[in-house]
Design a protein around this ligand. Structure first.
Ligand code: URA
Length: 225
């Protein structure tokens, strides 16, 4: 199975997921979208009103600003993978509950494992909290962290600038600095060591990818980790 096929399969699984109560209220699950070969992966919080309607991430007002921010970084949407920590809309856009985060976790972990992005950009504190234990977004926004060998850049959520216009320029400047990661997959970038959270390591289905077959790995099922 190719990475593309498995990513597609995960989308199908998410679209009919019944792991938590958010399934009851959704119009569409929002698995995320983007190509299978990406340098940068963006992770937001959860779908909002418009995302729930359309089944696509960041298509509302915050999404329009995200498009501007991507431009500031010299990126187009079709160059990056965009998803959320939670794939269904919480009622009235409340913060996802711990049980909802737990129910959705393996989907995102497998997306990350398949994409192997050079950099993960977290959008907002809920996404940041998946990777980083301590630190306030106001003091670590725009910074690069090394989390178990994965570069993670912690950004304000684009919606924050809709409520606090002063953050608009901060976000633009933080995004502009992402340019240093474009075209540099594998290049070394100084990263701040932080105490990692337990991520990427829980049990997931093992699958065999074409890339691994071409590398003449033994024919048995290979773990992604
Ligand atoms: N906010 C998010 O965190 N994600 C979306 O997809 C839309 C708004």
């Amino acid at each position: 199975m190719s990475v593309e096929q498995r990513l597609q399969e995960i989308c199908q699984e998410i679209s009919v997921c019944q792991r938590c109560a958010l399934a009851k209220g959704r119009i569409n699950a929002v698995p995320g979208e983007g190509p299978a070969q990406v340098e940068i992966m963006f992770i937001g919080e959860a779908p909002g009103f418009h995302e729930n309607k359309q089944g696509k991430p960041f298509v509302g007002q915050a999404g329009q600003f995200l498009d501007e921010l991507l431009k500031a970084a010299g990126l187009e949407r079709d160059q990056v993978f965009i998803t959320n920590v939670v794939k269904c809309r919480p009622p009235n856009n409340r913060d996802p509950l711990p049980e909802e985060l737990a129910a959705c976790q393996s989907y995102l972990d497998e997306q990350i494992a398949l994409l192997k992005p050079e950099v993960i950009v977290t959008l907002g504190r809920i996404s940041m909290a998946k990777f980083i234990n301590a630190g306030r977004i106001s003091s670590i926004h725009g910074r690069t962290h090394n989390v178990n060998g994965q570069k993670v850049v912690t950004m304000y959520h684009p919606a924050a600038a809709l409520h606090q216009p002063a953050l608009r320029q901060t976000l633009i400047e933080d995004f502009a600095r992402l340019k240093r990661f474009i075209g540099t997959k594998g290049a070394q970038e100084e990263a701040v060591e932080v105490e990692p959270k337990t991520v990427f390591k829980q049990e997931i289905k093992t699958i065999k990818l074409d890339s691994e077959v071409q590398e003449q790995k033994p024919p048995e099922q290979l773990s992604l980790f």
